[in-house]
Design a protein around this ligand. Sequence first.
Ligand SMILES: Cc1cc2nc3c(=O)[nH]c(=O)nc-3n(C[C@H](O)[C@H](O)[C@H](O)COP(=O)(O)OP(=O)(O)OC[C@H]3O[C@@H](n4cnc5c(N)ncnc54)[C@H](O)[C@@H]3O)c2cc1C
Length: 237
Amino acid sequence: MNTRVVELLKDEAGFYNGVRAVKDGEEVLIETELIIGADGRYSTVRKKAEIGVTIRKHGFDLLWARIPAPDDWEPSIRMALIEGKQLSLFTQAQGFIQIGWNIEEGSFPQLRKQPFTPFIDQLIEAFPQLEGTVHHHIQSWKDFVLLDVYSSTSESWGKNGVALIGDAVHTMTPTGAFGLNSALKDADFLASLIDKNYISQLNYLECANARKREVEKLQEIQVEKEQSFASNFVVVV
Ligand SMILES: Cc1cc2nc3c(=O)[nH]c(=O)nc-3n(C[C@H](O)[C@H](O)[C@H](O)COP(=O)(O)OP(=O)(O)OC[C@H]3O[C@@H](n4cnc5c(N)ncnc54)[C@H](O)[C@@H]3O)c2cc1C
């Protein structure tokens, strides 16, 4: 824990055989026969192994905030459509609600120049039960974190002693909550391929062949869900 990979180490043949990392501020070298890049959407391992990535923007960014749930909050996922944009509330452990509010891609710098109160009032209007906790915990634009939403595919799932799994090799958007399970399934499949006596012979293509199609299908479903979300609402005139 508290150890961040900053560089990959290579042998003379160009095979990756370890990492340089920073642990609690101190540099450490870790030798290994196999580096598994499970380091998420901004994967250092993928970048350092020079594995190319294709990024697909989804037309929206996300404002993200966490508030304590009121005592009488029923654990559930709730959604609203506000001016054509999806607002989602996810009940989290230890009595919190995670708010994810879609905004147009790249619009935050402009949005945050507008007065905050009319914006947040839309949330309260959709979920009046949250009025007290929202007023207390989300008082300005600064109380939201901006998350840029995109998905990606990589040109390869591994090479020369590096294997990639999860968001490091195929970044998922939040839609449909497929990302965590996809990463776990990659890990499970990769583990089944690893024979500790023959690590250098690990066939990365097998992992790609087994998982790539399913992941790409899920990424397509994410796009479809994002595009069809508004049509699931009944418009009351
Ligand atoms: C806003 C948002 C909400 C989402 N909500 C959901 C959801 O509700 N359900 C769902 O299934 N999916 C959701 N997703 C997608 C999901 O988060 C990812 O698909 C999933 O987390 C991928 O898992 P992972 O283990 O590959 O990467 P991550 O969960 O990103 O884990 C990567 C880990 O690597 C570590 N790391 C990064 N760099 C280094 C380094 N240099 N050295 C060492 N460690 C490093 C990080 O600290 C982190 O612990 C969401 C995504 C976004 C952007």
